[in-house]
Write a protein that binds this ligand. Structure first.
Ligand code: 13P
Length: 266
């Protein structure tokens, strides 16, 4: 039996005061569902505040990213040791908003900047290795773009991202979580149909079975992310291959995030 894992990715939202207020709401919801693992992922600037607000509760705090170098002249980056220093034990890696090719011209300049921070499968793999070496559990985000889906390449793209993220890592020896986040479903209000989301989460599990052991694949938790809302959460979370949700927009509203937590199957 895999424990449902519901995480709120706050992205670039929330001051420390916002974080305190939001965690206070999430704590109440999480206390009603000790069977569910509940996480919030604040921006770096609010990690310490969120951790203090969640102390002594069953809400965990995760970071949104890390860099693989231990220290040095890497302006703007955060190392694994810095996260360990804040007692952070989970980190998102490879979110689609950080993947892509920086500088590729796109018609919408904002999109080119916001969605293309230059993350590649190789940097994702380095970050996964770095996190695990520091005792931090990675939540590895994978997912296809609309163009890849339209070309019928979803399964190939997703399985390839899983394989490359796990290069030189055995998921039988290290706890990793995957989040299937189709790029076209993120922030668009267009959720992936639950049957299809369940099917692709199954592709991720199958890929892990091929890379490692059947038992590692059976215990692997795979979240779905992309426009998860109170009105679609129960349907998604009831599916056999979907073990949780990675929630963006709706995690910024305590009532909505509460409803999603409570929607987890008992
Ligand atoms: P939305 O829930 O806003 O679509 O964002 C999903 C996401 O990117 C979570 O990491």
């Amino acid at each position: 039996m895999r424990r449902t894992i519901i995480a709120g990715n706050w992205k670039m939202n929330c001051t420390r005061a916002d974080a305190r207020a939001l965690v206070a709401g999430v704590v109440v919801a999480a206390s009603q569902r000790p069977d569910v693992e509940v996480l919030v992922c604040p921006p770096y600037t609010a990690l310490e505040t969120a951790t203090a607000a969640a102390a002594g509760t069953n809400v965990g705090v995760a970071a949104q990213n890390l860099f693989w170098k231990p220290k040095g002249a890497y302006t703007g980056q955060i190392s694994a040791a810095m996260l360990v220093d804040l007692k952070i034990s989970t980190v998102l890696v490879g979110h689609s908003e950080t993947r892509g090719r920086f500088g590729v011209p796109e018609p919408d300049f904002d999109e080119a900047v916001l969605r293309h921070f230059g993350e590649s499968d190789e940097t994702v793999n380095r970050k996964v290795i770095t996190a695990l070496a520091a005792g931090i559990r990675p939540i590895i985000c994978v997912g296809e773009t609309l163009a890849e889906r339209s070309a019928g390449a979803t399964d190939v793209v997703v399985a390839d991202q899983v394989r490359k993220a796990l290069q030189n890592i055995d998921p039988a020896q290290n706890e990793v979580v995957f989040a299937y986040e189709p790029v076209w479903a993120i922030g668009t209000g267009e959720v992936c149909a639950p049957d299809e989301a369940n099917r692709v989460c199954g592709v991720i599990r199958q890929t892990v079975a091929e890379l490692s052991t059947q038992s590692a694949a059976s215990s692997l938790r795979v979240q779905y992310g992309g426009s998860v809302k109170p009105d679609n959460a129960a349907d998604l979370l009831s599916r056999t291959n979907i073990d949780g949700a990675l929630v963006g927009g709706a995690s910024l509203n305590a009532a909505d995030f509460t409803a999603i937590i409570l929607a987890a199957p008992v």
